[in-house]
Design a binder for this molecule. Structure first.
Ligand code: NDP
Length: 462
């Protein structure tokens, strides 16, 4: 049987584009369809614009420190309009690069939605049916907002980059990565930020000591973080133009909440999780199994239909860009190079770009202690740079060590540039380094991270 293509990729985000162009560069005839913009969540409305906003939001803090170091300087006002134009120009540039990468590797691009018809064909929005030996679904995920009275007034991380001006006062709901990062970003940009989290502490699932330190600093930095609080209803009480008209009518919103203290906010942003993009993809008709709202795949990203694979957030395994890319590369290796390659989802380092930043790899103290006897090595201190500027900020360096094997099971860093630090510590942890391997590494002095190799006595053991 001959097909129009060897591979048809649905979704032009990080995972889909990488898989498509690597398969094409190895000789496969590849097509890719994307209904919105090439680059997907990460490039267009996720990691990249978020990180640029993190950078923008950090300058007031740097200026304050600079004054303490003797610089006679004032930060002045933040020009959101100027920043926004540059931000979107940068996203356009990156989208262009993604298009050229596909082009240069010979991938046929369809600027269209595509849906699965059966095991070997997809249908484009104009009704055209295209056949392919393999289909790769890489449609990502989308933010979800719970339903309650007035929930349609909430915006999500999809809209936040479109603001025409900064709000004066926002409410952020949620306690995960996105809520906590945006609370810090907007606070840094001078917006009055309230964050509601329904549980006892933000960043559930991460190391408790690290979560506590981050939450304390967020509050000290001016975020009104309210734990154990949730929204009960919302009502628009005016009209404003913070979002462009195509995003509907927005206005100041009166929010009623579980602690009874109602308040009015310019914007309410919900960051209460994301769901895989599976709606209307034709999965049921094609016989592709779905489990708990995500496409069910095996270790090789193969679905219940042998010719159809799925990678990235649509499979809801570990929802991070570099993981989707890994899954895409493993798929190509498996299907086009005859080398079955499972994806290794163990010991993935990651960072939460809060202020302070958090880098983490491996098990939290709590999870490790549930599994086996451990030693905890941890130190929390005021780093040289900010202490000189009379700031109260503390950093945390923490290692969780197995008593039986001496292996470092987890490394948790709360500190400036913790994302950069954990990338490197992650190599050692992934290699199975022991506490003694860390100890025989000479300290780099004077740095914050030298503490990772100089902690002599455990602070706790179980
Ligand atoms: P998360 O799943 O991380 O967090 C969702 C938050 O919303 C939790 O605090 C959850 O509370 C809360 N929540 C869920 N439902 C409700 C509800 N009905 N009412 C009130 N609160 C609710 O999702 P995010 O949206 O923050 O991020 C999605 C994914 O994106 C992450 O899992 C991550 O993989 C990825 N991401 C990674 C980033 C990075 O690497 N730096 C940055 C941004 C996103 P509870 O804890 O009680 O369940």
């Amino acid at each position: 049987m001959t097909y129009d293509f060897d591979l048809f990729v649905i979704g032009g985000g990080s995972g889909g584009v990488r898989a498509g162009r690597v398969a094409a560069s190895q000789g496969a005839k590849v097509a890719l369809a994307e209904e919105y913009r090439l680059g997907g969540t990460c490039v267009i409305r996720g990691c990249v614009p978020k990180k640029l906003m993190v950078f923008a939001s950090e300058y007031p803090g740097f200026a304050e420190e600079a004054r303490a170091y003797g610089w006679d300087m004032q930060i002045g006002d933040f020009n959101w309009g100027g920043f926004r134009s540059k931000l979107h120009a940068e996203l356009d540039r990156l989208e262009g690069i993604y298009g050229r990468l596909l082009d240069n590797s010979g991938v046929t691009f369809f600027d269209s939605r595509a849906e699965v018809v059966d095991a070997h064909s997809v249908r484009l929005a104009d009704g055209k049916v295209i056949s392919a030996k393999h289909i790769l679904i890489a449609t990502g995920g989308t933010p979800t907002v719970p339903e309650f009275k007035g929930s349609e007034l909430a915006i999500t991380s999809n809209e936040i980059f479109q603001m025409t001006r900064l709000p004066k006062k926002v409410l952020i709901v949620g306690g995960g990565y996105i809520a906590s990062e945006f609370a810090c970003i907007l606070n840094g940009l001078g917006v009055e930020v309230t964050q509601f989290y329904r549980g006892a502490q933000i960043l559930r699932g991460f190391d408790e000591e690290a979560r506590g330190l981050i939450a304390t600093h967020m509050q000290e930095n001016g975020i009104d973080l309210r734990l154990g609080v949730n929204v009960t209803s919302m009502e628009r009480v005016g009209e404003h133009d913070i979002l462009p008209p195509e995003y509907g009518t927005h206005g100041p919103i009166k929010v009623c909440n579980t602690d009874g203290a109602d308040d009015v906010y310019d914007l309410v942003m919900y960051a209460t999780g994301r769901a895989p993009n599976i709606t209307g993809l034709g999965l049921e008709d094609a016989g592709v199994a779905v489990e708990r709202g995500a496409i069910k795949v095996d270790a090789y990203s193969q679905t219940s239909v042998p010719s159809i694979y799925a990678i990235g957030d649509v499979t809801n395994r570990v929802n991070l860009t570099p993981v989707a890319i890994r899954e895409g590369m493993a798929f190509v290796e498996t299907v086009f190079n005859g080398n079955p390659t499972p994806v290794d989802h163990d010991l993935i380092p990651s960072a939460v770009f809060t202020q302070p930043e958090f880098g983490t790899v491996g098990l939290s103290e709590e999870d490790a202690a549930d599994l086996e006897p451990i030693e905890v090595y941890a130190t929390s201190f005021r780093p040289m740079q900010t202490m000189f500027a009379d700031k109260a900020d503390k950093v945390l360096m923490k290692l969780i060590v197995s008593k039986a094997t001496r292996k470092v099971l987890g490394c948790h860093i709360v500190a400036p540039a913790a994302g950069e630090l954990i990338q490197l510590a992650g190599i050692a942890v992934k290699m199975g380094a022991t506490k003694e391997d860390f100890d025989r590494t000479v300290a780099v002095h004077p740095t914050m991270s030298e503490e990772l190799v100089t902690m002599k006595e455990p602070v706790r053991s179980t």
